[in-house]
Design a protein around this ligand. Structure first.
Ligand SMILES: [Zn+2]
Length: 390
């Protein structure tokens, strides 16, 4: 073995290693025999692959399986802390960092409040670098760092050509990705529209299991659909964009007068959202009317997306996810009224479980995905060389 190994055989092996990692991630600890059954690989192949994963520190022995049919077997499980993904995000009101391990547990989550459009990209990226340094302090095992930014992202170049929200132009930021990737990882839906609301409205479309980037990587700019060409001016300079109707600015404006603490940019957004929630829970008329107005405008735009894409799920992220009790119903009413397909083509409208952290979680998962797709990016640990098959 090993004298002449065709390139495609190495590729096959990487694919099989990835298959075992995914299987363990889904099912938890399994014996080699169970892994063989679930993966469809032979027991000999599984044994050799497990040895390889052990040498890379990705799996370890996890005791002996208890009874069931057949002989008890030595269990293998992922070492969740063996590798971590780091997600960073830049937002109008803050920069954030999040670290998750191979098992999906959040190891670090931090946010620094910042008026990003005012301080400019250099200082914002400095602050982000500071957070990233803190997030990665003592992490020996980060597989990659992914940054999420609202606005147009050139994924091939790792740059932000234009973000009207941040007032950034041609800012070089590596590995920008969408919160939508976090949502597929947690829901496993192949046809999904992800909407994230803060001051701007961002989106991600997954069709047939693939993130749609478009010809130039600019797909998903749904916040700038012209809903009312004579409407108020948008941060992009055009008029009546969807985000002027359903962005956080529109909600805050509709909910409260300028002197209200809800409109105070010095307060953390989470805190302001909690105030809106508690007013809605107390049936405050102005708050309920504001949420109904936003939900209706949101639903009209969602109906266009549902007619176009026939998604299984429309996931509401960002601030929308903090208020699903009041937004989902008016959205559904609009979708039912305006979508041609019976029963809205089966589309469900749901609040994100990730909420405000979706962008950073998506980044962390995108980083981990490199390992999930090819475990050999993790080097063999020194001293384990002889255990790894040559
Ligand atoms: Zn616009």
């Amino acid at each position: 073995m090993g004298q002449s190994r065709p390139a495609d055989q190495a590729g096959l092996r990487r694919g099989n290693l990835a298959l075992l990692v995914r299987t363990l991630r889904e099912h938890g600890a399994l014996s080699r025999a169970q892994l063989a059954v679930r993966s469809g690989l032979s027991k000999a192949t599984v044994s050799s692959l497990v040895t390889d994963l052990e040498a890379r520190g990705l799996v370890h022995d996890a005791g002996v399986s208890a009874g069931g049919q057949g002989r008890p077997g030595q269990l293998v499980d992922l070492r969740p802390d063996s590798v971590c993904g780091v997600g960073l995000d830049v937002h109008v009101g803050h920069v954030g960092a999040l670290v998750t391990d191979l098992g999906g547990e959040v190891l670090y989550r931090q946010r620094a409040i910042a008026d990003v459009p005012v301080i400019g990209p250099e200082r914002a990226l400095d602050m982000l670098a500071e957070l990233a340094t803190e997030a990665m302090a003592g992490l020996k095992n980060a597989t990659g760092v992914t940054v999420s930014v609202p606005g147009l992202v050139d994924t091939a170049a790792g740059t932000v050509p234009f973000s009207p929200r941040l007032r950034w132009r041609d800012v070089a930021v590596a590995d920008g990705l969408l919160g939508a990737m976090a949502e597929t990882a947690t829901t496993d839906v192949a046809d999904l529209v992800y909407l994230t609301g803060d001051f701007g409205i961002g989106g991600g479309v997954i069709a047939g299991g693939r993130l749609i980037r478009g010809f130039g990587g600019f797909a998903g700019e749904i916040g700038h659909m012209a809903m009312d060409p004579l409407g108020p001016y948008c941060s992009c300079g055009r008029r009546g964009c969807w985000e002027t109707q359903v962005g956080l600015g529109a909600l805050l404006h509709a909910c409260a007068d300028p002197e209200d603490p809800i409109r105070d940019p010095a307060l953390d957004l989470d805190q302001r959202m909690r105030m809106i929630r508690s007013r809605a829970e107390q049936h405050d008329r102005r708050t309920l009317d504001a949420l109904h107005q936003i939900g209706t405008a949101l639903g009209l735009g969602v109906s266009y997306l549902v007619n176009l894409l026939n998604p299984a799920v429309v996931v509401l992220g960002g601030y929308f996810a903090a208020l699903p009790e009041w937004l989902v119903e008016p959205i559904r009413n609009q979708v039912v009224a305006h979508v041609l397909a019976p029963g809205a083509g089966g589309a469900r409208v749901v609040g994100s479980r990730l909420g405000f952290t979706a962008a950073t979680t998506g980044g962390a998962l995108a980083s981990l995905r490199r390992v999930l797709e090819d475990p050999t990016v993790v080097p063999v640990i020194q001293g384990n060389e002889e255990e790894a098959p040559a």
